[in-house]
Design a protein around this ligand. Sequence first.
Ligand code: ZN
Length: 138
Amino acid sequence: MAEYKKPLPAISTLNQPYWDGLKRRELTLQHCNECGKIWYPPAPFCPVCWSRNFAWQKLSGRGKVNSWVVFHQAYFSSFRDNIPYNVAEVELEEGPRLLTNLVAVDNDDIMIDMPVEIVFDDVTDEVTLAKFRPARKP
Ligand SMILES: [Zn+2]
């Protein structure tokens, strides 16, 4: 695997299950056992009812593009070879919104509400990132 020079996430005991899930090819987020809320980013309690009674739940990995930007300037030198690159906010079917990159699509072809599905990008031996591509037609 080529050396990965971009910033990596800070993995903590709180968010470890999220990153472990991505390594297994599963998108998992916390699901409140009291009110049913699913949230992101990981937090020690439900943002709606403050319950600490939650479980990590596997999600569909499907969603839609809520918003995006295209960077034409490399704020990190490790991104220089990627400009122009997109950063998108994907709204998952289950509700939470993730910041991610869209792959397998030209930046000019990205559209609001475009259906997308997760792809798993193993950037290091320890870290797998969740990225999204246009959803395949069922
Ligand atoms: Zn709750």
